[in-house]
Structure formats: C-alpha cells, structure tokens
Design a protein around this ligand. Structure first.
Ligand code: NAD
Length: 492
C-alpha cells in the first residue's frame, strides 16, 4: 500500500483524553495538512476547565497508587508492551505525523517511530534498576535517601518531532511512577492521541496519562499555572520557556525544565574529511525541513576550504528539493503551517538585505499543490552578528561564515545567546578536544552530527534551556529525594 492509500484507511481520534476516555470539548480547532493546505479534521481543544479536569484525574491516579505504587517490574512490562504496540502501528503513527506537520512519512516511520519505541523500551527497562541510597552513618542511626515519584507532571511539547518529544517526557515520568498531563502542539494533535491510546491498550491505568490538545496561551498556560502540577517539562521556543518560569513563580513554584531553541555551529577545519563533512552539513540543516532545534544552521568554514565546501554543500542542497510527504523518496516534506512558511520567508527577505549573499533557494516552491514548501536555502559570507546568523529560523536556511584560525572559530561559535549543540570536523585530536572544551553548548559532536543513543543526555545551556531529556539524568527530573533519619535507641 502507498502512503496515499494508507491515509484513506485511518480515522484519527479527535477528542480530549481525560481519565481514560475520549471526550469532546466546547472549543475546536481545524487541523490543516501542510502537504496540500486542506482540512484533515476538526479537533477538540481544551480550555482551562478541561485542563483542570485532566490534572484532577492525574492527581487521583497518583494518590490512589494505581501506577505510582505498582511494582517497578509491572510498570516496566507496560512500557515495554507500549513500545511493541508503537512498532506494530508504526505506519499509522508515521502517517499521522506526516499528515499533521508535513514531514516525510517514510522518515517519520524509520526515524521517529523507532526513536519513540526505543525511548519507551529504554525507560521501561530502567524502571526496576533504580536504586536508593543508605549513607554510612554512626551506629546509632540508620539513614535512607529514597527517590519518590514527584507527582503530577505537565508535559508541553512542540510539533517538529511530535512523538519523540512526547516520549522523551512521558516515558521517564511514567517510569518514575508519576502521572502525566500531555499538551501537544497545536499543529500536531493527532499522533499524540493515538500514541496515548496505544499506551492505554498496553495497560496504562486510566488517568495516568491524559492528553489535552489546545492553544498554548490557553491550555499550555493553564497547565503551567496549575497549583496541583508538581513538575512542568517543556520543549519549545525560548520565549515560551520564559513564560513557564513566570507561571511557576506566580503559582506553586513547580519545578520547570526547559529544552529551548538553538543556533548551532557546525565547524569545518581544513584537515577534515570534506566529503563527509559537507554531506553531513547539508543533512544537519535540511533534514526535517530544518525544523530541528539542533539544526546546524551556522556553517563555519575555514577560509582555505571555503570554495570547495560551499560547492559541495550547494550541490547536495539543490538535490534535496521538498516533495509531498507521502512520496517514498521525499528528502524533505512541507513546512508545518502557512504562518510558519511566511515567517521563514520573511526571515530570508531580511537576510537578503543584511550583508549576506543568497546562493541557493530562497523562494517557496510547489505552490500548485496548495501546500507549504520551502526549498534548501543557503546564504554565503554571512557576518557572525547578522540577523540570520543570530535568530533561530527553524527552516531549511543555512548561513555560511568563514574563519581564519581556531580562536576565531570558537569566538564566532560561542557568539550567540543559544547553547544547544555544536559540531567540529577535524582529524586533529588536540584541536577537537580543545574546541569541544571551549564550546558553551550542551551537546558537542566530533566528525559527526546529531549522533547519540538513549544513554546520552540531550539538552542545552544558556538560553537553550536546562534539564536533560534522554539517559538516566532524565529520570532524576521526576523524582523527589526524601531523606529519612532513623535514630536507634542503641548503637548496633
Ligand atoms: P512554541 O514554543 O511556540 O510551542 C511549544 C509548545 O508550547 C506548544 O505546545 C505550544 O502550544 C505551547 N505554548 C505556546 N505558547 C504558549 C504559552 N503562552 N503558554 C504556554 N504554552 C504555550 O514552539 P514550537 O513552534 O512548537 O516549536 C519550535 C521551537 O521548539 C523552536 O524554538 C525549537 O528550537 C524548539 N525545540 C527545542 C528542542 C530542544 O530539545 N531543545 C527540541 C525541539 C524543538
């Protein structure tokens, strides 16, 4: 079956998922397919009362222990079963993501569904391997340091990797024993509902995972401000991250973890393997239509190899034209929405007037489809402080800047308010180590880009946020440490 044929076989869920049941809401929202600009369906959108109900449901589930007090091995079994169900329904989940946010369905399946299943399985496996501590004390006391599930977790996520981002929050929170209210992005409501439904099928008790689609400034805000949410974990823009800190300050001082924007530097030195460096540089910015927080949006090239690298990256870019996300070999799909496409276009227009040379792309394509397609776009000779070198575009737009020595490369790379990721291409070990030590980022890749598995923490520094997804560090966010000191009547 082709993706087009498969699309005719699915009827997406459209309600709010609260207390194990799908139900309607007083407000609704049109889901538009970025591939052709057509209406997919209308979806229930939560208001503050609906969010309140979801939080109450999560709280009830947490307090009565239907999940929080279950044996870790039982929680593990459910998460493992859920991972299997995601694999088994991989086509459907991939299709929903392609439909709602425009990424190629084949990539959604091979990359995102796989990542989601791995995340569930990895944190499922972790459930019964978490240990508490008994510090050495004097003999007249016994001290325990225990990890207690933190309670009700609000998870607010973006649309660019809708299910990976959801799984990175939901899986460790559930593994820790918490209950969750998930607020997906406006533009990716469908896949989240099916993902959660599969969780119920795998054995998640009702109320343990609730999904409230809705507007950020209504449903997201209600969750951020809710006095009964204990932990708020967020992935999205730096601006909205600031709001969540304010919501927490104005409500119950809930713990907030923020994974925010980026403007990552990909740095190529003359001693690099230029074939690999150039093809990876193109992939790092054009993959997922450039809608990637870790996108290698700033390519820093040593002046001696500038012409060679630019020629290679430009050739690859020209071959990566966006296509219908249902096409089996689409290297790129459609941008998430008309508004986002227009935002990218306007940033490109600003770039044109700002000391930079547009050498590839720059105009929207495939307009006859009714969809929102923007091609790989490259600006050369971009000043490090130029608008397009500083602002996150979140689209397939690359800025190329040259440098003359290592110190200058480091200065340019660090010269942004963001600190998410960076990559270095060199055969010189000393240089690689010195650069990676000097870069103020949360993630650093040497002779690769975006590599890593579930053992590696994911997150940034500076205005890219704090807190980590993936790895055992992600679990720590969802525990409270409890110290218990037991005074003994006699030393033993
Ligand atoms: P966004 O900040 O606009 O929205 C993210 C989420 O926040 C959505 O669910 C949205 O509904 C909600 N939201 C929006 N306004 C809100 C408000 N006033 N109060 C409460 N919630 C609100 O971001 P986006 O456009 O969905 O995603 C793109 C951004 O996400 C980019 O900046 C990107 O870099 C970032 N991102 C970061 C990472 C990371 O791990 N660091 C990963 C993916 C995406």
């Amino acid at each position: 079956m082709t993706w087009h044929e498969r699309a005719n076989t699915i009827t997406p869920r459209t309600g709010l998922l609260i207390d194990g049941r799908f139900r309607s809401a007083t407000e609704s929202f049109e889901v538009i397919a970025p591939r052709n600009g057509k209406l997919v369906t209308e979806i229930a959108f939560a208001n503050a009362d609906d969010v309140n109900e979801a939080v109450s449901s999560a709280r009830r589930a947490f307090e009565d222990g239907r999940w929080s007090k279950r044996a870790p091995s039982e929680r593990k079994a459910v998460l493992m079963a859920w991972a299997e169900l995601c694999r088994a329904h991989g086509d459907e989940l991939a299709l929903l993501m392609a439909l709602e946010m425009g990424k190629p369905a084949h990539e959604a399946k091979s990359i995102e569904v796989r990542a989601v299943a791995n995340t569930l399985a990895w944190f499922g496996e972790a459930c019964d391997k978490i240990l508490d501590e008994i510090p050495h004390t004097a003999r007249d006391a016994l001290a325990l340091v225990t990890r207690e599930p933190a309670g009700v977790v609000g998870a607010v996520v973006p649309w660019n990797f809708p299910l990976t981002m959801a799984a990175w929050k939901v899986a460790p929170a559930l593994a820790a024993g918490c209950s969750v209210v998930l607020k997906p992005a406006e533009n990716s409501p469908l896949s989240a509902l099916r993902f959660a439904e599969l969780g119920l099928e795998a054995g998640l008790p009702e109320g343990v995972l609730n999904v409230v689609n809705g507007h950020g400034h209504i449903a997201g805000k209600a969750l951020g401000e809710h006095p009964d949410v204990d932990v708020l974990t967020f992935t999205g823009s730096t601006q909205v991250g600031r709001y969540f800190l304010e919501y927490a300050a104005q409500s119950n001082l809930k713990r907030v973890y923020l994974e925010l924007g980026g403007k990552s530097a990909n740095i190529i030195f003359p001693d690099a393997d230029l074939d690999r460096a150039a093809s990876t540089a193109a992939w790092s910015i054009f993959f997922n239509q450039g809608e990637m927080c870790t996108a290698g949006s700033r390519l820093l090239v040593h002046e001696s190899i500038h012409d060679e690298v630019v020629a290679r990256v430009s050739t690859i870019a020209a071959a990566m034209q966006p296509q219908d996300p249902f096409s089996d070999d689409a290297p790129m799909g459609a941008m998430v929405s008309k508004e986002h496409l227009e935002r990218v276009e306007s940033m490109v227009t600003t770039g044109r007037g700002d000391r930079a040379e547009l050498i590839v792309g720059g105009e929207r394509v495939n307009q006859e489809s009714g969809g929102y397609y923007f091609p790989p776009t490259i600006f050369d000779h971009v000043a490090p402080e130029a608008y397009i070198a500083q602002e996150e575009i979140f689209g397939p737009v690359l800025s190329i800047t040259t440098f003359s020595d290592d110190a200058e490369a480091l200065r340019i790379a660090n010269g942004t308010r963001y600190g998410l990721a960076s990559a270095i291409w060199t055969q010189n070990l000393d240089r690689a180590v010195a650069m990676s030590r000097g870069l103020r980022v949360g993630m650093c890749w040497v002779n690769c880009y975006e590599e890593g598995d579930m053992t590696i923490p994911f997150g940034g520094v500076k205005e890219s946020g704090f807190g980590r997804d993936k790895s055992l560090h992600a679990l720590e966010k969802f525990f409270d440490l409890k110290s218990t000191w037991i005074q003994l009547s006699e030393p033993s």
